[in-house]
Design a protein around this ligand. Structure first.
Ligand SMILES: [Zn+2]
Length: 306
């Protein structure tokens, strides 16, 4: 795991086991807040050891930016902390989260002792502020990657932990296109020093506008191709020819997972926009629905892959 200090007493932890997923910590004078937990117990233990052991600061709150396993499975390793998230995150963890964990545990012994711990402080509109010493962490809705997405803005330091609504490549499979666009457009207006994406490198102040623009450009490109596909006789065949590079992104992003994710974005948006109404003709429909089933299997914990 990699550790990086992005402001005084604000740290980012990046997994080297799964998809460069990020977690964070804001250290206060008496206690600390963790933002996301990573997934594997050994990595969560490293975060805890650093914050509680080395810095001597007990973790009082754990924020989940959304319900996905790679951001929330470590909740159970902070038994003294209050877990905070969107009301929908609680609901999704209770259903999809439990189901995903059972599946992952069958394939990965490292997860055998993990338990789902649901957020006990939730909100579903407006924002929620945690005070840590003299600083404020403002939790604000940033839906689009998932409906329960929230960001954690360390107000005084202008550091945003965005969750997965901002990644090196947008991830739309569980998301909603227009919400993601709206959330992304909100990010540059926050006048940030550092943007901690859900996955991948920290984006510095001078790079934020371009990074967001690149994702908006990618999304527009995906939508254009999905719309073009809907006018073809064989939409699935048309979409299978649209490479990630055609939309301005590199397949090496996110530890090489980006190429596959791009294909799933196309399939997911096609399904969302045209579903059965304007669905592809029979043979293509089979291919598209297979792709959807594949992505549904792969999506959540991705943990069994190891
Ligand atoms: Zn996610």
């Amino acid at each position: 795991m990699m550790r990086e200090r992005v402001a005084e007493n604000v740290y980012v932890f990046t997994s080297d086991r799964y998809a460069q997923v990020n977690a964070g910590a804001v250290i206060g004078p008496e206690w600390s807040v963790i933002i996301d937990t990573l997934a594997f117990p050994e990595e969560t233990a490293e975060i805890r050891e650093f914050v509680e052991g080395r810095l001597g600061s007990p973790v009082r709150y754990v924020v989940n930016t959304h319900y996905h396993a790679d951001h929330s499975l470590g909740n159970c390793w902070f038994p003294g902390a209050v877990v905070v998230g969107h009301a929908l995150a609680r609901q999704y963890m209770d259903t999809h989260g439990r189901e995903g964990l059972r599946g992952a545990q069958d394939h990965n012994r490292d997860l055998r002792d993990v338990q789902i711990i649901l957020p006990s402080v939730v909100f579903d509109q407006g924002s929620l502020t945690l005070r840590v010493g003299k600083r404020s962490i403002v939790l604000l809705p940033l839906p689009g990657h998932s409906q329960d997405g929230i960001g954690a803005l360390v107000l005084e330091d202008r550091v945003l932990f965005s969750g997965d609504v901002m990644m090196p490549l947008p991830h739309l499979v569980h998301g909603e296109f227009d919400n993601m666009v709206a959330s992304l457009k909100r990010i540059p207006r926050l006048k940030l020093e550092n943007l901690v994406q859900g996955h991948g490198e920290v984006v510095l102040r001078g790079e934020i506008v371009n990074a967001v623009r690149s994702n908006l450009h990618y999304l527009a490109c995906v939508r254009r191709h999905v719309q073009a596909a809907s006018r073809r006789k064989d939409p699935a065949a048309y979409l299978s020819d649209i490479d990630i590079e055609d939309c301005g992104k590199a397949r090496i992003l996110i530890n090489g997972l980006a190429g596959d994710l791009h294909k799933r974005n196309l399939a997911a948006l096609y399904q969302r926009l045209y579903g059965d109404k304007a669905g592809p003709p029979a043979p293509a429909r089979t291919r598209a629905s297979n792709a959807r089933k594949r992505s549904a299997r792969k999506v959540r914990p991705h943990l069994r892959r190891r």
